[in-house]
Structure formats: C-alpha cells, structure tokens
Design a protein around this ligand. Structure first.
Ligand SMILES: [Zn+2]
Length: 119
C-alpha cells in the first residue's frame, strides 16, 4: 500500500525512491498503465540522483541520473499525473534528449566536475 501523496511532485519523488529500491509493486500501484513486468529490463540500472526541475498542477519535469553498464546518463522527462479515486497516479511522460554537461557537478555525488569523474 502506498501512503497518500498530496501532490504529483510528492508522488514523483516517492516513485523515484521506489525505482531505487526496485519496488515494482509500488510503481505498478501508483501508475495508470504501467505493469510491474515492464520494469524487468531496468533492474540493472543504478539510480544516482533526482532533480525536480518544475512541478505544477499535474505535470512534473525532472532529470533522473543513473548508471548503467558503467555509463552515467540522464533521463529527462515531463510526467503527467492524474487523480484516480482521490489518489494521484502516474499517467505517462514525454521524454527529452538531454546530456550531462562536462562542467556540471558529477551526479554520482563526488563533488568533482563530470568530465573529471564519471564521464
Ligand atoms: Zn562521478
């Protein structure tokens, strides 16, 4: 069961935690269409960091940084949420092409610039 999330941003953050913990049941429960089987192929991903860029009524834009097969990448998405029976749920999302800038702080949390760290 999931605790009530009063805003889409809160739900977005709790879903990110669920990705980190590989809690596929929670992810299925908090989305309209996603089935937990869909998450099988992303279980090799190591999530590093979540940045919420913008959040309004029912849309949350975020960047989620992750490491897969030794490569650090970023997922940039605008997610749409809907209220179903009084509970916010993830509906779908629009993906954007995004890269980690070489002079950005490395998402792994080392405090170094990306180009001098995980790039
Ligand atoms: Zn790094």
């Amino acid at each position: 069961m999931y605790t009530l999330c009063s805003t889409p941003e809160e739900l977005m953050r709790s879903r990110y935690e669920a990705f980190v913990k590989e809690d596929w049941n929670y992810l299925q429960e908090t989305s309209v269409h996603q089935k937990k089987e869909e998450f099988n192929d992303i279980s090799s991903i190591q999530w590093l960091k979540l940045d919420v860029i913008d959040a309004n009524e029912n849309i949350v834009e975020f960047k989620a940084y992750y490491k897969e097969k030794g490569q650090v990448n970023v997922l940039h998405e605008k997610s749409n949420f809907v209220k179903v029976d009084g509970l916010w749920k993830y509906l779908d999302g629009e993906l954007f092409k995004s890269i980690i800038q070489r002079n950005e702080l490395c998402p792994c949390g080392s405090g170094k610039k990306f180009k001098k760290c995980c790039a």
